[in-house]
Design a protein around this ligand. Structure first.
Ligand code: XIL
Length: 332
Protein backbone atom coordinates (compact mmCIF):
# COMPACT_ATOMS: atom_id res chain seq x y z
CA UNK A 1 0.00 0.00 0.00
CA UNK A 2 1.33 3.43 -0.98
CA UNK A 3 2.15 5.57 2.05
CA UNK A 4 3.42 8.61 0.14
CA UNK A 5 0.02 9.83 -1.03
CA UNK A 6 -2.59 11.75 0.99
CA UNK A 7 -5.35 9.78 2.71
CA UNK A 8 -8.58 10.47 0.82
CA UNK A 9 -10.34 11.28 4.10
CA UNK A 10 -7.87 14.09 4.89
CA UNK A 11 -8.69 15.92 1.67
CA UNK A 12 -12.49 16.15 1.94
CA UNK A 13 -14.87 18.21 4.09
CA UNK A 14 -17.30 15.32 4.71
CA UNK A 15 -17.05 11.73 5.90
CA UNK A 16 -15.81 9.37 3.20
CA UNK A 17 -16.58 5.65 3.15
CA UNK A 18 -16.23 2.43 1.18
CA UNK A 19 -18.44 -0.62 0.76
CA UNK A 20 -16.68 -3.74 2.02
CA UNK A 21 -16.95 -7.41 2.76
CA UNK A 22 -14.67 -9.52 4.97
CA UNK A 23 -11.94 -9.60 2.27
CA UNK A 24 -11.42 -5.84 2.56
CA UNK A 25 -10.48 -6.15 6.24
CA UNK A 26 -7.49 -8.42 5.56
CA UNK A 27 -3.84 -7.62 4.71
CA UNK A 28 -3.16 -4.80 2.23
CA UNK A 29 -6.88 -4.26 1.70
CA UNK A 30 -7.35 -3.56 5.40
CA UNK A 31 -4.38 -1.18 5.37
CA UNK A 32 -5.76 0.67 2.37
CA UNK A 33 -9.21 0.85 3.95
CA UNK A 34 -8.11 2.27 7.29
CA UNK A 35 -5.61 4.63 5.71
CA UNK A 36 -8.05 6.32 3.33
CA UNK A 37 -11.58 5.99 4.71
CA UNK A 38 -13.64 7.21 7.69
CA UNK A 39 -16.48 4.71 7.37
CA UNK A 40 -17.64 1.43 5.90
CA UNK A 41 -20.86 -0.01 4.51
CA UNK A 42 -21.21 -3.80 4.26
CA UNK A 43 -21.86 -4.61 0.59
CA UNK A 44 -24.03 -7.62 1.45
CA UNK A 45 -23.58 -8.72 5.06
CA UNK A 46 -26.61 -6.89 6.49
CA UNK A 47 -29.09 -7.64 3.73
CA UNK A 48 -32.08 -9.78 4.67
CA UNK A 49 -30.87 -12.89 2.79
CA UNK A 50 -27.64 -12.74 4.82
CA UNK A 51 -29.17 -12.00 8.24
CA UNK A 52 -32.48 -13.94 8.27
CA UNK A 53 -32.37 -16.61 5.56
CA UNK A 54 -35.17 -18.55 7.29
CA UNK A 55 -37.86 -17.05 9.46
CA UNK A 56 -36.53 -16.37 12.93
CA UNK A 57 -33.10 -17.92 12.16
CA UNK A 58 -30.62 -15.11 12.26
CA UNK A 59 -27.00 -15.31 11.06
CA UNK A 60 -24.59 -12.52 11.89
CA UNK A 61 -21.23 -14.03 11.10
CA UNK A 62 -19.86 -11.53 8.60
CA UNK A 63 -21.79 -8.57 10.01
CA UNK A 64 -20.42 -9.16 13.52
CA UNK A 65 -16.91 -9.37 12.12
CA UNK A 66 -17.29 -6.13 10.17
CA UNK A 67 -18.88 -4.20 13.04
CA UNK A 68 -16.10 -5.33 15.41
CA UNK A 69 -13.40 -4.53 12.83
CA UNK A 70 -14.84 -1.05 12.31
CA UNK A 71 -14.96 -0.39 16.05
CA UNK A 72 -11.37 -1.62 16.51
CA UNK A 73 -10.12 0.61 13.69
CA UNK A 74 -12.09 3.79 14.38
CA UNK A 75 -14.31 3.44 11.32
CA UNK A 76 -17.93 4.60 11.41
CA UNK A 77 -20.50 2.08 10.22
CA UNK A 78 -23.32 2.50 7.70
CA UNK A 79 -25.91 -0.28 7.95
CA UNK A 80 -27.35 -1.44 4.62
CA UNK A 81 -30.22 -2.26 4.39
CA UNK A 82 -33.38 -3.11 6.42
CA UNK A 83 -36.10 -3.30 3.76
CA UNK A 84 -35.49 -3.94 0.07
CA UNK A 85 -37.23 -5.99 -2.64
CA UNK A 86 -33.94 -7.60 -3.72
CA UNK A 87 -31.73 -10.04 -1.79
CA UNK A 88 -34.74 -10.82 0.38
CA UNK A 89 -35.65 -14.49 0.83
CA UNK A 90 -38.85 -15.73 -0.81
CA UNK A 91 -40.36 -16.83 2.54
CA UNK A 92 -40.74 -13.19 3.60
CA UNK A 93 -43.53 -12.64 1.08
CA UNK A 94 -45.22 -16.03 1.46
CA UNK A 95 -47.50 -17.95 3.79
CA UNK A 96 -46.46 -21.52 3.06
CA UNK A 97 -46.67 -21.82 -0.72
CA UNK A 98 -49.09 -18.93 -1.08
CA UNK A 99 -47.98 -15.41 -2.05
CA UNK A 100 -49.11 -12.78 0.44
CA UNK A 101 -51.78 -10.39 -0.82
CA UNK A 102 -53.21 -7.07 0.32
CA UNK A 103 -55.68 -8.58 2.82
CA UNK A 104 -55.52 -7.17 6.37
CA UNK A 105 -54.28 -10.53 7.70
CA UNK A 106 -51.43 -10.81 5.17
CA UNK A 107 -50.50 -7.19 5.67
CA UNK A 108 -50.29 -7.70 9.44
CA UNK A 109 -48.17 -10.82 8.90
CA UNK A 110 -45.70 -9.03 6.62
CA UNK A 111 -45.43 -5.91 8.81
CA UNK A 112 -44.89 -8.19 11.80
CA UNK A 113 -42.02 -9.94 10.03
CA UNK A 114 -40.52 -6.58 9.11
CA UNK A 115 -40.78 -5.30 12.67
CA UNK A 116 -39.24 -8.47 14.11
CA UNK A 117 -36.42 -8.34 11.55
CA UNK A 118 -35.57 -4.72 12.34
CA UNK A 119 -35.83 -5.23 16.11
CA UNK A 120 -33.41 -8.14 15.89
CA UNK A 121 -30.89 -6.75 13.39
CA UNK A 122 -30.83 -3.06 14.35
CA UNK A 123 -31.25 -4.00 18.01
CA UNK A 124 -28.17 -6.24 17.94
CA UNK A 125 -25.93 -3.35 16.84
CA UNK A 126 -27.66 -0.58 18.81
CA UNK A 127 -25.29 2.35 19.39
CA UNK A 128 -22.67 0.95 17.02
CA UNK A 129 -24.25 1.89 13.70
CA UNK A 130 -23.97 5.54 12.77
CA UNK A 131 -26.41 5.42 9.87
CA UNK A 132 -29.00 2.94 8.57
CA UNK A 133 -30.23 2.71 4.99
CA UNK A 134 -33.70 1.87 6.30
CA UNK A 135 -35.46 1.37 2.97
CA UNK A 136 -33.79 0.89 -0.40
CA UNK A 137 -35.11 1.52 -3.91
CA UNK A 138 -38.80 2.01 -3.13
CA UNK A 139 -39.41 4.52 -5.95
CA UNK A 140 -40.50 3.76 -9.52
CA UNK A 141 -40.99 6.96 -11.44
CA UNK A 142 -42.93 5.10 -14.15
CA UNK A 143 -45.82 4.30 -11.80
CA UNK A 144 -48.55 6.94 -11.53
CA UNK A 145 -47.93 7.25 -7.78
CA UNK A 146 -44.15 6.95 -8.15
CA UNK A 147 -43.98 3.78 -6.04
CA UNK A 148 -42.23 0.55 -6.99
CA UNK A 149 -44.60 -2.41 -7.23
CA UNK A 150 -42.54 -4.57 -4.90
CA UNK A 151 -44.23 -7.19 -2.72
CA UNK A 152 -43.66 -4.73 0.15
CA UNK A 153 -45.77 -2.07 -1.55
CA UNK A 154 -48.33 -4.43 -3.03
CA UNK A 155 -49.12 -6.01 0.33
CA UNK A 156 -48.74 -3.01 2.68
CA UNK A 157 -48.87 0.18 0.59
CA UNK A 158 -46.76 2.87 2.26
CA UNK A 159 -47.00 1.16 5.64
CA UNK A 160 -43.82 -0.88 5.29
CA UNK A 161 -41.89 2.38 5.00
CA UNK A 162 -43.69 3.92 7.99
CA UNK A 163 -43.12 0.77 10.05
CA UNK A 164 -39.46 0.44 9.05
CA UNK A 165 -38.57 4.00 10.07
CA UNK A 166 -40.65 3.93 13.25
CA UNK A 167 -39.14 0.67 14.47
CA UNK A 168 -35.58 1.60 13.45
CA UNK A 169 -35.88 4.87 15.39
CA UNK A 170 -37.32 3.08 18.40
CA UNK A 171 -34.62 0.39 18.62
CA UNK A 172 -31.61 2.60 17.84
CA UNK A 173 -32.54 6.24 18.51
CA UNK A 174 -29.02 7.55 17.87
CA UNK A 175 -28.76 6.14 14.34
CA UNK A 176 -29.29 8.44 11.38
CA UNK A 177 -32.11 7.00 9.23
CA UNK A 178 -31.84 7.13 5.45
CA UNK A 179 -34.17 6.54 2.51
CA UNK A 180 -31.86 5.34 -0.27
CA UNK A 181 -32.33 5.11 -4.05
CA UNK A 182 -30.57 5.06 -7.42
CA UNK A 183 -30.88 7.35 -10.46
CA UNK A 184 -31.92 10.23 -8.20
CA UNK A 185 -29.92 12.54 -10.49
CA UNK A 186 -32.47 11.93 -13.29
CA UNK A 187 -35.30 14.50 -13.29
CA UNK A 188 -38.31 12.17 -13.11
CA UNK A 189 -36.82 9.87 -10.49
CA UNK A 190 -35.65 12.89 -8.49
CA UNK A 191 -39.18 14.32 -8.50
CA UNK A 192 -40.83 11.04 -7.53
CA UNK A 193 -38.46 10.56 -4.58
CA UNK A 194 -38.86 14.20 -3.58
CA UNK A 195 -42.65 13.85 -3.51
CA UNK A 196 -42.39 10.70 -1.41
CA UNK A 197 -40.00 12.16 1.14
CA UNK A 198 -42.08 15.35 1.43
CA UNK A 199 -45.23 13.31 2.04
CA UNK A 200 -43.62 11.03 4.63
CA UNK A 201 -41.90 13.92 6.46
CA UNK A 202 -45.24 15.75 6.62
CA UNK A 203 -46.70 12.68 8.35
CA UNK A 204 -43.87 12.69 10.87
CA UNK A 205 -42.05 9.59 9.57
CA UNK A 206 -38.55 9.87 11.10
CA UNK A 207 -36.45 10.21 7.94
CA UNK A 208 -33.16 11.99 8.67
CA UNK A 209 -31.46 11.81 5.31
CA UNK A 210 -31.84 11.00 1.65
CA UNK A 211 -29.24 8.62 0.19
CA UNK A 212 -28.23 8.97 -3.43
CA UNK A 213 -26.59 5.77 -4.66
CA UNK A 214 -24.93 7.52 -7.62
CA UNK A 215 -23.94 4.58 -9.79
CA UNK A 216 -22.86 6.72 -12.74
CA UNK A 217 -20.71 6.27 -15.82
CA UNK A 218 -17.81 8.06 -17.34
CA UNK A 219 -20.08 10.49 -19.24
CA UNK A 220 -23.53 10.59 -17.74
CA UNK A 221 -25.49 11.93 -16.09
CA UNK A 222 -24.02 15.44 -16.20
CA UNK A 223 -22.49 16.75 -12.99
CA UNK A 224 -24.96 19.66 -13.19
CA UNK A 225 -27.83 17.17 -12.71
CA UNK A 226 -26.10 15.70 -9.66
CA UNK A 227 -25.82 19.20 -8.24
CA UNK A 228 -29.44 19.96 -9.05
CA UNK A 229 -30.51 16.87 -7.11
CA UNK A 230 -28.60 17.97 -4.00
CA UNK A 231 -30.07 21.48 -4.28
CA UNK A 232 -33.58 20.11 -4.75
CA UNK A 233 -33.55 17.91 -1.64
CA UNK A 234 -32.02 20.68 0.45
CA UNK A 235 -35.45 22.35 0.31
CA UNK A 236 -36.88 19.47 2.39
CA UNK A 237 -34.52 20.20 5.27
CA UNK A 238 -33.07 16.67 5.24
CA UNK A 239 -29.44 15.68 5.41
CA UNK A 240 -28.08 13.99 2.29
CA UNK A 241 -25.48 11.32 1.63
CA UNK A 242 -23.92 9.78 -1.43
CA UNK A 243 -24.12 6.11 -0.57
CA UNK A 244 -22.82 3.94 -3.43
CA UNK A 245 -20.71 5.99 -5.84
CA UNK A 246 -18.85 4.28 -8.67
CA UNK A 247 -17.97 5.39 -12.21
CA UNK A 248 -18.42 2.73 -14.88
CA UNK A 249 -16.00 3.03 -17.81
CA UNK A 250 -18.86 2.10 -20.18
CA UNK A 251 -21.72 4.21 -21.46
CA UNK A 252 -23.84 1.23 -22.55
CA UNK A 253 -24.82 -2.24 -21.32
CA UNK A 254 -22.97 -4.28 -23.99
CA UNK A 255 -19.42 -3.00 -24.65
CA UNK A 256 -16.38 -4.55 -23.06
CA UNK A 257 -12.62 -3.92 -23.10
CA UNK A 258 -9.98 -6.63 -22.80
CA UNK A 259 -7.71 -3.94 -21.33
CA UNK A 260 -9.04 -0.55 -20.38
CA UNK A 261 -7.07 2.12 -22.31
CA UNK A 262 -5.02 4.60 -20.24
CA UNK A 263 -6.96 7.42 -21.89
CA UNK A 264 -10.21 6.02 -20.53
CA UNK A 265 -8.76 5.81 -17.01
CA UNK A 266 -7.61 9.42 -17.37
CA UNK A 267 -11.09 10.42 -18.48
CA UNK A 268 -12.48 8.59 -15.45
CA UNK A 269 -10.16 10.70 -13.30
CA UNK A 270 -11.61 13.90 -14.77
CA UNK A 271 -15.09 12.58 -14.20
CA UNK A 272 -14.34 11.86 -10.51
CA UNK A 273 -12.95 15.37 -10.22
CA UNK A 274 -16.01 17.03 -11.71
CA UNK A 275 -18.28 15.01 -9.40
CA UNK A 276 -16.23 15.77 -6.27
CA UNK A 277 -16.18 19.45 -7.26
CA UNK A 278 -19.96 19.30 -6.90
CA UNK A 279 -19.65 17.54 -3.53
CA UNK A 280 -17.20 20.14 -2.26
CA UNK A 281 -19.50 22.97 -3.29
CA UNK A 282 -22.43 21.20 -1.64
CA UNK A 283 -20.51 20.03 1.44
CA UNK A 284 -22.88 21.80 3.84
CA UNK A 285 -25.71 19.56 2.59
CA UNK A 286 -23.78 16.28 2.43
CA UNK A 287 -22.72 14.43 5.56
CA UNK A 288 -20.96 11.59 3.80
CA UNK A 289 -19.86 10.14 0.49
CA UNK A 290 -19.32 6.38 0.10
CA UNK A 291 -17.74 4.61 -2.86
CA UNK A 292 -19.20 1.19 -3.66
CA UNK A 293 -16.01 -0.78 -3.17
CA UNK A 294 -12.41 -0.37 -2.03
CA UNK A 295 -10.42 -1.32 -5.14
CA UNK A 296 -11.06 -2.56 -8.68
CA UNK A 297 -10.29 -6.20 -7.79
CA UNK A 298 -13.71 -6.43 -6.13
CA UNK A 299 -16.62 -4.54 -7.69
CA UNK A 300 -20.21 -5.50 -8.44
CA UNK A 301 -19.78 -3.97 -11.92
CA UNK A 302 -17.61 -6.91 -12.97
CA UNK A 303 -20.85 -8.91 -13.25
CA UNK A 304 -23.57 -6.23 -13.50
CA UNK A 305 -25.31 -5.72 -15.89
CA UNK A 306 -23.07 -8.17 -17.79
CA UNK A 307 -19.77 -9.86 -17.02
CA UNK A 308 -16.94 -7.62 -18.23
CA UNK A 309 -13.79 -5.83 -17.14
CA UNK A 310 -15.03 -2.65 -15.45
CA UNK A 311 -12.70 -0.84 -13.02
CA UNK A 312 -14.91 1.88 -11.44
CA UNK A 313 -13.09 2.76 -8.19
CA UNK A 314 -10.19 4.86 -6.86
CA UNK A 315 -7.58 2.08 -6.54
CA UNK A 316 -6.57 -0.59 -9.06
CA UNK A 317 -6.28 -4.38 -8.71
CA UNK A 318 -2.83 -3.91 -7.11
CA UNK A 319 -4.28 -1.36 -4.66
CA UNK A 320 -2.41 1.48 -6.38
CA UNK A 321 -3.93 4.94 -6.78
CA UNK A 322 -5.54 5.51 -10.19
CA UNK A 323 -6.25 8.81 -11.98
CA UNK A 324 -9.67 8.46 -10.29
CA UNK A 325 -7.94 8.80 -6.89
CA UNK A 326 -6.12 11.93 -8.05
CA UNK A 327 -9.36 13.35 -9.39
CA UNK A 328 -10.78 13.09 -5.87
CA UNK A 329 -7.85 14.32 -3.79
CA UNK A 330 -6.20 16.85 -6.08
CA UNK A 331 -8.90 19.16 -7.39
CA UNK A 332 -6.51 21.87 -8.62
C1 XIL B 1 -24.75 -5.16 -4.79
C2 XIL B 1 -23.52 -5.84 -4.20
O1 XIL B 1 -22.41 -4.99 -4.34
C3 XIL B 1 -23.28 -7.16 -4.92
O2 XIL B 1 -22.22 -7.87 -4.30
C4 XIL B 1 -24.54 -8.01 -4.89
O3 XIL B 1 -24.33 -9.19 -5.65
C5 XIL B 1 -25.72 -7.24 -5.45
O4 XIL B 1 -25.86 -6.03 -4.74
N1 XIL B 1 -27.70 -1.00 -5.16
C6 XIL B 1 -27.64 -1.36 -3.83
C7 XIL B 1 -26.60 -2.33 -3.39
O5 XIL B 1 -28.34 -0.78 -3.00
O6 XIL B 1 -27.04 -3.10 -2.29
C8 XIL B 1 -26.15 -3.22 -4.50
O7 XIL B 1 -25.06 -4.01 -4.03
C9 XIL B 1 -25.74 -2.40 -5.71
C10 XIL B 1 -26.93 -1.60 -6.22
Amino acid sequence: VQTDIPPVKDTLPFQVGAAISRAQTIGGHGELLTRHFDSVTPGNALKWDATEPREGEFTFDEADHLVAYAADHGLRFRGHTLAWHSQTPAWVFKDGDRDLTATPADKALLLGRLENHIRTVAGRYKGRIQTWDVVNEVVDENQPDGMRRSPWFQVTGYDFIRTAFRVAREVDPAAKLVINDYNTEFPRKRQALYNLVRKLKAEGVPIDAVGHQLHVNIERPPASEIEKTIETFAALGVDQQVTELDVSVYTDFVSSYTTVPEAVLAEQGHRYKEIFDVFRRQAARLSSVTVWGLADDDTWLSTFPITRLNPPLLFDDELQAKPAYWGVVDPA
